[in-house]
Design a protein around this ligand. Sequence first.
Ligand SMILES: Cc1ncc(COP(=O)(O)O)c(C=O)c1O
Length: 353
Amino acid sequence: MLNSGTAALSLALRAAKRQKPEIAEPEAIFPAYVCPDLVAAAVAAGVKPVLVDLAKDSPWMAPQNVQGAVSDNTIAIIAVNFLGRLVPLEPLRRVADDYGLTLIEDSAQAIPPSSADNALADFVVLSFGRGKPVNLMGGGALLFKDKDAASVALLLEGLPVHTVVCNPVWYLKRALFHTLMRRWLYGIMLRIPMLHLGETRFHPLGDITRLSIPPGLVLNGISAFERSEARSREQHENLGFLAQQGWVLLSNEQEEARQAERQGINKVLRFAMLAPDRTQRDSALNALQDAGIGANELYGVTLPMVEGVDNYLEPSPGKYPNAQSFAERLITLPSHDGVTLADIRTMARVLKR
Ligand SMILES: Cc1ncc(COP(=O)(O)O)c(C=O)c1O
């Protein structure tokens, strides 16, 4: 357990670096449309981010692009789960095996990660921050295999430990946090520019600390998430008409296959779809927000366009066309169990208009 998902990812990259000490300028491959915290994790680990374009209309890197991005300096591939949807790991595992690379599953946005079933990744990263499946007001976890235990132990050595004590103050803080996250209050806060809420910004990773969290707290968070009922099925039913009008509804094919197999419990964190173009996306987004729906564009831009990230990446105008199109056309909608059928009808009505 660590103080954040970013810290956990940074440690995973340090562990990958330790396996290839002969490489002076190590690189890690990840998608060009992703949370800028991945860059912060890489920079803090002394690893250069190498970005890869997405497959068309998909949040996943095209495996052939991943292979094309491998160089003599590559140490790791980071596979990133997207709003509860699980990235297919098999093709990335094959590339990792072919070139002797570490495969990291960044599952900040999905619990359980796919490696819980298939153990394909060497490391898995979880986050317990705001907007994540299990929200403990911060924190993260690094899952590793026995083969890497000694290396991880060395990296953890000497890190300060912060103990989370679940006393009345902690519960009060959590109650306050949840109140602030209520849709009407959050909606107001989003409109206060000073708070920078909902903005995609680059934050360098500060100190890494270990967290001592009562295991029951994490397990309760996981079961609460598993028990909660996602509304994505009703959303698919009510918003399916968009598919005939040039929109793409992003499903969770991997997860659906897995559920069929073992009555699994993964669920999407938010409903996600791509408009036919940016103009339609922007007008739909405004209309949904005006109707009181917490729709958003997620990051809004590809990684090289995020303010502050440019210091760490080479300029690359037009280099990631699919990621750029994805960033310009994406709308995400809340699909947690607080979303009512009336909300879903409002979404459908606004989008029809
Ligand atoms: C895909 C992904 N990885 C890592 C992180 C970082 O997690 P944390 O906020 O716990 O540092 C995030 C946070 O949004 C994320 O979305």
